[in-house]
Design a protein around this ligand. Sequence first.
Ligand code: SAM
Length: 234
Amino acid sequence: MRFTFVTLFPSIIEGYFTDSIMCRAVEGGYLRFDYLNPRDYSVDKHRKVDDTAAGGGAGMVMTPQPLSDALAHLKDESPGVHIIFTTPVGKPFSQKDARRLARKEHVAFVSGRYEGIDERVVEVFADECFSIGDYILTGGELASMVMADAIGRLVPGVLGNAKSLEMESFETDLLEAPSFTKPKSFHNLSIPSELLKGNHSKINALKKTMALSKTKYFRPERYLKFTQRDSDEK
Ligand code: SAM
């Protein structure tokens, strides 16, 4: 799968995808990451990419020309590319979106800066607009990286052990049960003894109980959904 980051600051993103799992995924040919800088498309003699907001107000806005020329170039080169704009007013990004987008061949993420992007560019080019949460970031780079990571790890072959995806939080309404490793005792806290006895049906039952309590405590709305579905199915 291919990702293109459309950003004025590619160096913010590059480091993350040249290390660890993502780096191995690139070397293995499962993922590819490209960068497109709208500034390289600016026809302004100073390579300007922003201007004052129409109607006044604080801050600058990304102008249509450099970004739309960059995106037009991208679409010419890769007609099937799925273009996602990062914006705090987009729909909330979820694991379901990550699963759906992991089946695409090429996804591009557009990072806004300053007070955002001229809305007309969004209207012309966006296939989807996503927010990663109800807070304001300085730019869309972190949001793009978050989404690319969540999508990329679901592409078959990227994670060595695909089984580790099965019980993960958000794959169902339940959060994953807590994890433990050696030593058996840490700060006077022990690993639940059932996990050490090798009886897999008891281990699975305990994990389910722990997953239920964790979900009930941290995400009561998901717990309610799970228990309602569970009782509907009975
Ligand atoms: N003035 C905008 C507003 O109030 O909605 C915020 C602009 S923000 C400072 C600049 C850029 O950061 C946005 O264009 C977007 O690309 C990105 N951004 C900020 N918060 C985000 C969020 N929660 N999710 C996704 N992208 C975000």
